[in-house]
Design a protein around this ligand. Structure first.
Ligand code: NAD
Length: 408
């Protein structure tokens, strides 16, 4: 397939939920006509109204004029079913995070779309190759991982499957540019670059709740370092229920000690900001996260119930464990070739995860510390807490050569 055959003029988005809404606006704002499908007609109607409201709001704010708002809105249309979108150049799927569902949709679309159309998934973590395998065009399947809210967040992770062709990747990069995104290419692994690194970072935060900390202490330490939000405030924004439901659907992970606080919160209907309560309390109409004594009592109850002897955990330990968890996983991502460079990893964390800009990103921060120092600190954690802290091979190698990640 030649590069020009991937010229993207018309697109379709499947799914009119949180992500679909933002993605549709990204495309329309970039001048691309977009058809929108959701198997729930009410959801689609609601989503179209929300998009119209967003543009009206942008006009009131003076960000765009009415002519531009009308033009953007006119590029978006509802489509009744998949046959209606058969002529598009690109489909971006943003339905529930479920592999079988995504495979079913990709299989059906593959049978309908023209041979040169590209198929992309907005999955946060699922295997792009397994999705591509449901089609007869795996070289034209890739991940386009937008961040929430998609029309505002700058980052776009472009996930390269094992069979994604270079021209398909080029087309995705060109699209990212047209949409004004900071695009980073990631290899295919669970969670790609950003969410794969987030996993051990959040795991440490959750473990510290069980060992003796409270959500506001963990968040305050990381916000003190300069993060836009600590992990628990972030979960309140994203929705604590997303992972809870995913664990439920996958039928695994629900018994792990670290997720017991999340599980109890979700069982109480405390899903985060959207339900007025999560790790924090929110007054109606407010996004101000207020520490909630009920949550502290819950944390205490869960951790004591699991047999933890609680101890005081200071901000230094919180920073050490959360930051080194990020760096060590980042190093593994680099040594495996999932990320092309340490700079790409930093771009992901600066543009998608609120890492403090003045620190340059987790890998640049580690380089500033010196990798020999990082190596020693990981070894110290390994001695105290176990082999999950074993330093990535790359850190030892670079430290021995007196190099940083940037000089690799
Ligand atoms: P959501 O629950 O808000 O929306 C999903 C939409 O898909 C719903 O409107 C639903 O009606 C529709 N849908 C379900 N099955 C369908 C089908 N068979 N055909 C057509 N439409 C169907 O979900 P979301 O938060 O927008 O997430 C969508 C995807 O984006 C997931 O894969 C998620 O992992 C990923 N993602 C989410 C976020 C986030 O912060 N929410 C961030 C990045 C990526």
């Amino acid at each position: 397939m030649s590069q020009t055959s991937f010229d993207i003029q018309q697109a379709a988005v499947i799914g009119a939920g949180t992500m679909g809404r933002g993605i549709v606006m990204c495309l329309a704002n970039a001048g691309i006509a977009v058809q929108w499908v959701d198997n729930n007609p009410q959801m689609l109607e609601q989503a179209l109204a929300t998009v119209a409201d967003t543009y009206a709001h942008n006009v009131r704010q003076g960000r765009i004029d009415q002519v531009e708002a009308d033009a953007r809105l006119a590029r978006i249309s509802a489509a009744a079913d998949y046959p209606a979108i058969r002529n598009v150049d690109l489909v971006i799927e943003a339905v529930y995070e479920n592999l079988e569902l995504k495979q079913k949709i990709f299989r059906e679309l593959d049978g309908l779309l023209k041979p040169e159309a590209l198929l992309a998934s907005n999955t946060s973590a699922l295997d792009i190759d397994a999705i591509a395998a449901a089609t007869r065009r795996p070289s034209q399947v890739l991940g386009l991982h937008f961040f929430s809210p998609a029309h505002i967040m700058k980052l776009l992770e472009i996930v390269r499957g094992a069979q994604t062709s270079p021209p398909a990747l080029e087309a995705a990069l060109a699209l990212g540019k047209r949409m004004g995104k900071v695009s980073v290419v990631s290899g295919n692994c669970h969670g790609f670059i950003g969410n794969r690194m987030l996993h051990p970072y959040v795991l440490e935060a959750r473990k510290m709740l069980l060992e003796g900390a409270y959500p506001q202490q963990v968040d305050a330490a990381l916000q003190g370092f300069g993060f836009a939000m600590g992990p628990f405030r972030m979960y309140d924004v994203v929705g604590i229920d997303l992972e809870w439901r995913a664990r439920e659907l996958a039928g695994k992970g629900q018994d792990a000690p670290e997720v017991q606080v999340d599980n109890r919160l979700c069982e109480m209907g405390r899903f985060g900001q959207k339900s007025g309560n999560g790790y924090y309390h929110y007054e109606p109409g407010s996004r101000q996260a207020e520490p909630d004594p009920e949550v502290d009592a819950l944390v205490l109850r869960v951790s004591e119930g699991l047999g933890f002897q609680r101890r005081a955990i200071g901000p230094e330990e919180i920073l050490e464990r959360c930051l080194l968890a990020l760096v060590n996983e980042g190093a593994k991502i680099l040594q495996e070739g999932i990320a092309g460079s340490a700079h790409d990893i930093d771009l992901v964390y600066l543009n998608g995860y609120g890492f403090p800009a003045d620190k340059g990103g987790p890998m640049a921060w580690a380089d500033q510390q010196g990798l020999a120092d990082i190596h020693q600190r990981l070894l110290a954690l390994q001695t105290r807490q176990g082999d999950q802290w074993q330093p990535a091979r790359l850190i030892g190698e670079l430290a021995a050569q007196g190099k940083g990640f940037a000089e690799r």
